[in-house]
Design a protein around this ligand. Sequence first.
Ligand code: TRP
Length: 337
Amino acid sequence: MTRIFSGIQPTGRKHLGNYIGAIRQYVAGQDRGEAIYCIVDLHAVTVRYEPAELRERVLDTAAILLAAGLDPDRCILFRQSDVEEHTYLTWLLTSVTAVGELDRMHQFKSKSAAQRELVSAGLLFYPVLMASDVLVYRADEVPVGEDQREHIELMRESARRYNARFVPDGGPKSLVVPEHRIPQVGARIMDLQEPTRKMSTTVGPDEGRVYVLDEPDDILKKFKRAVTDSENEIRIGPDKPGVTNLVDILAAARDTTVEEALASLEGARGYGDLKVAVAEAVIDMLAPVRERYVALRADEAALEAILAAGAEKARAIAQDTLLDVRDAMGVGPGRTA
Ligand code: TRP
């Protein structure tokens, strides 16, 4: 069976692009294979952050994922820092990672430029931890956005280099070279105020992004104010980024094709109708998630119990890989079992 692994940053404020592009793929992954999802709190400490807030954001993220349809009986959902094998493997994999590869990474360059005080060594090592996240489960597939391409390439290279150096004949101690799986739809969800740029957690004002947990009224307001153009003609194309984005969102929210979404708009009297149609579709999609979120988030003990049970299942897999890697690398006493 295909093993799917993905990591998600512990920011509570997930937006529509995250929801359509990542979270819905996570939910679908439960039916496609053995799905393992990790809330990456250890990655969050590589940039400036508030300790007390981090813990809260992990629980927010867990509650959003569960509210969206992750089922602890059909997937493994856990917090990265609960499974120490990730950090142990990170150290071992540094031996097959070149410093030059790390400081060439686009994400390292942009994030280190954005740091006001300290550019942490953790920021440089971020991709090695991410490689370990995936390789420690010998996962086959990694569903993440296009922006993670370089990180996926690096983890594939780390696995190949480890295999070539430490398991040259192949065999059970090898690591799996995972495949990148880029979601088709969500990759295109654009900012509502600046529709030529992807909806982002950090760039631009709040008016441009719809949060999963926004109230229906706010969702309607944001769509009504969405930037379109002066034509009032519902047509998609590169010259009409705002309208195209709204039609794409309508199709994604209704789970139909863009053609079907356009056909449904034939009687529409212009952008006003389009905006209301999109807002309603998005509200229908997100309102039940928000309601479930409120109930789930209120019970922190239950959330912690779900994460702990997930970590236990994850650890069983991760421990086995780590013992193989230690053994192959000559670290520790050698594997007996
Ligand atoms: N770097 C990823 C992001 O920012 C998050 C992440 C951490 C991840 N570890 C991972 C994604 C492992 C996939 C697999 O989105």
